[in-house]
Write a protein that binds this ligand. Structure first.
Ligand code: PHB
Length: 391
């Protein structure tokens, strides 16, 4: 082989190895997912990336004749990083889709997605307003309001009248507290105090002591994914699991990723949540088994936002015949409904937000481990803050 031919052969091999270049480039679609792989909310990044990879291993990496390439970038739980990474993914990597993560990051990426017209699936954020920040945002995660209103109504129905709220001090915590208080007071209850716990490295002990001193009959708590284990430990250390005060909240406080480490502390705790690894459907049994095998962890409520997020992109591409034009893609996504491991879900065509069942669950021991066991179902729940605003 002469030198020129040798170089050409080398370049061809390099192009194949990269999976791009030559005729293949236009047949490859890139999805850039910005996630907290490190930092305060790193658990969420790990869970989404496991679920996305699992979905692609199960469903292949080709859809509508296009090869799908996923690029995951770590924003270290920082909104400034998220914005920069979204820009780089669009300009340098030419992604056709974005995946957005926690509320502050999703907020800061929104103007970039709007300006570049990139369809973006919100896979973690649980605050209502996020989907209003860009016409190209569609959510597959949840809102705190969806769950917090339902648990307030349940508490009232079961005799609670005096509550204290303990909330992680950032947007989703504020929203959980707001919706809980609105429903709880409407039902004749009173929120005696609202205590805000720092998001980073939280020490719940002083807040729990103050809450106990107010002698409520219920403690409404929101902590984000990754903090339920620490919370349960501090809760037990104060003896609150034996105080008779009912611990209630959205599903985050009984996060399946942490539940196996909480011993007996959370037994009997009732939450309103959209996902439990114990959800009794055939699809969920398959999902949890495959997730456990792939990661060594129990599947949790964050993971399904990633699993359903990538599904939504696949199904939208099938509908558009592989076209990635933002208006066509968002049009395809609006109104789509399917069965998720969490149960039936849909994208509200008016708000681009998720519509899903919310289950009331009680933590019980099964095969030696605690699980959130569903005992009541509220079907097709929309984000209550958007519904109230539309009235
Ligand atoms: C959010 O980013 O809004 C968020 C993250 C984790 C949670 C709940 C909400 O557990």
């Amino acid at each position: 082989m002469d030198r020129k031919a040798f170089v050409a052969a080398g370049l061809a091999i390099a192009a194949i190895a990269l999976g791009t270049g030559g005729a293949g480039a236009e047949d490859t679609l890139k999805i850039g997912i910005v996630m907290p792989m490190t930092g305060t909310l790193a658990a969420g990044g790990r869970e989404i990336s496991t679920a996305v990879k699992l979905y692609m291993a199960q469903h292949g990496d080709t859809v509508a004749g296009k090869k799908i390439e996923v690029i995951i970038r770590d924003d270290a739980s920082s909104p400034d990083n998220a914005k920069r990474l979204a820009q780089e993914l669009i300009v340098n990597d030419h992604v056709s889709f974005l995946g957005a993560d926690i509320t502050p990051s999703a907020m800061s990426m929104a103007p970039i997605a709007t300006e570049a017209k990139i369809p973006t699936v919100v896979m973690i954020s649980g605050t209502s307003v996020v989907t209003e920040r860009s016409p190209y945002y569609v959510r597959t995660s949840f809102t705190l309001g969806q769950q917090s209103g339902i648990i307030a109504d349940w508490a009232i129905k079961n005799g609670s009248r005096k509550a204290v709220s303990v909330l992680s001090d950032w947007a989703p915590g504020a929203e959980a507290g707001k919706v809980f208080e609105a429903n709880f007071t409407k039902g004749g209850g009173q929120v005696l105090d609202t205590l805000k716990v720092p998001l980073a490295n939280p020490d719940f002990a002083p807040f729990l002591q103050r809450a106990a001193d107010l002698h409520p009959d219920a403690l409404f708590v929101f902590v984000p994914a990754g903090q339920a284990g620490t919370f349960a430990r501090h809760f037990a250390e104060r003896g609150l699991d034996k105080s008779g005060i009912k611990l209630i909240g959205p599903g985050d406080i009984v996060d399946d990723d942490d539940l196996p480490t909480t011993g007996d502390t959370l037994l009997g705790v009732v939450t309103a949540g959209f996902y439990s690894a114990a959800h009794p459907s055939a699809l969920n049994k398959q999902y949890t088994a495959a997730y456990q095998k792939a990661s060594g962890h129990r599947a949790n409520f964050i993971s399904v936002g990633g699993y359903d997020g990538i599904h939504l992109i696949y199904e939208a591409l099938k509908k558009t015949g592989g076209k990635t034009d933002a208006d066509a893609v968002i049009g395809a996504m609006k109104g789509m409904s399917w069965e998720s491991p969490r149960g039936p879900i849909a994208i509200d065509p008016r708000t681009r937000d998720i519509v899903q069942n919310v289950y009331v669950r009680k933590v019980e021991k099964k095969d030696g481990e605690p699980w959130a066991m569903e005992f009541a179902t509220f079907e097709a729940v929309k984000d209550p803050l958007k519904e109230a605003a539309a009235k």
